[in-house]
Design a binder for this molecule. Sequence first.
Ligand code: ADP
Ligand code: MG
Length: 351
Amino acid sequence: MRVALIFGGRSPEHAVSIVSASSVGRALDRERYEVLPMAIDRRGRWAAPEVSAAVLGAAAARPDEVPAFEGRDAVDPRLLDGSADIAFPVLHGAFGEDGTIQGMFEMLDLAYVGCGVAASAVCMDKGLTKRLIAAAGLPTARWVEIEAPGWRREPGATLERCQTLRFPVFVKPARLGSSVGISKVRAAAKLVEAIDLAFAHDDHVIVEEGIDGREIEVAVLGNENPRASAPGEVVPGHEFYDFSDKYLDDACTLLAPAPLDGEIADRARELAVRSYETLGCAGMARVDLFLERDRGRFLLNEVNTIPGFTPISMFPRLWDISGLAYPRLLDRLIELGWARHEARTKLETSG
Ligand SMILES: Nc1ncnc2c1ncn2[C@@H]1O[C@H](COP(=O)(O)OP(=O)(O)O)[C@@H](O)[C@H]1O
Ligand SMILES: [Mg+2]
């Protein structure tokens, strides 16, 4: 099977994506797969095959070791001429994790790994995610959504809505990742600054009650009847799990498994699977939860449809401790992408 491994891309997580893809490329079983590396540069242009192969071949172990490169094409021609049997996007953030590239695969009638168009787009948007989760009766922190025009027109009314929330609050761009543009705000007087900062990154912002909780992550895998891994835990090294925690220093600790009693871990896995199903996920997602320190209740924070795949990333580690080693996890993801494509093809021809 010929696997188009797609990485890089137009997001702040460009370099992280390349580190993830390098691990995936190394772990794919060469008896079963021929790997076609496809690198997208920071401006969104796709590199020539030999450049893509060199970027992947550099085998960067850290984001700061990733080589710089220039793309050439609007899209890699090998996706258009039937050279690939399945696409494996290892892209984070906008133009990769948000349904856009998934839409292109659908147009090309190409099987792909991971969530479809709608689930990818919903999970990229923290406001839409919370609306669907709340509508299904699942727990998530109370929040307020703000659109740029409303903020410009009536800032006073918007601030009043925010004051119905319990402080501290978190102000976030709705559709970013890697903690970029996120502030923790302790007092109403600091809200304007935080909201303006978030609006510098997106025209849709959410303000959410801060949860005094542990950060628990669950890896979920499957199309129908998805399965959850053992939960892991992120122990932030800073005030919260911010950009430098994620990528720059080694201050945070990732625990796999999370130190939780069996019954509590089961509750995390159950909320993760119900969230995954509610949001229409397929293939895989990492579901991030808060476990409230006082009440012991789990709340959904967010869902990442293309989680990190570096050797130290939570998603592969959680499956490893749950009995699915990295290369077998990749087999399973490809199988699931293929099965979903087959099922959709059948639907169309019988319609
Ligand atoms: N409501 C909240 N209560 C407490 N901490 C939060 C809250 N929202 C976000 N955080 C902190 O900020 C980090 C990043 O926020 P998150 O919503 O996960 O955005 P991103 O998509 O950038 O990862 C979280 O991992 C957590 O440490
Ligand atoms: Mg997060």
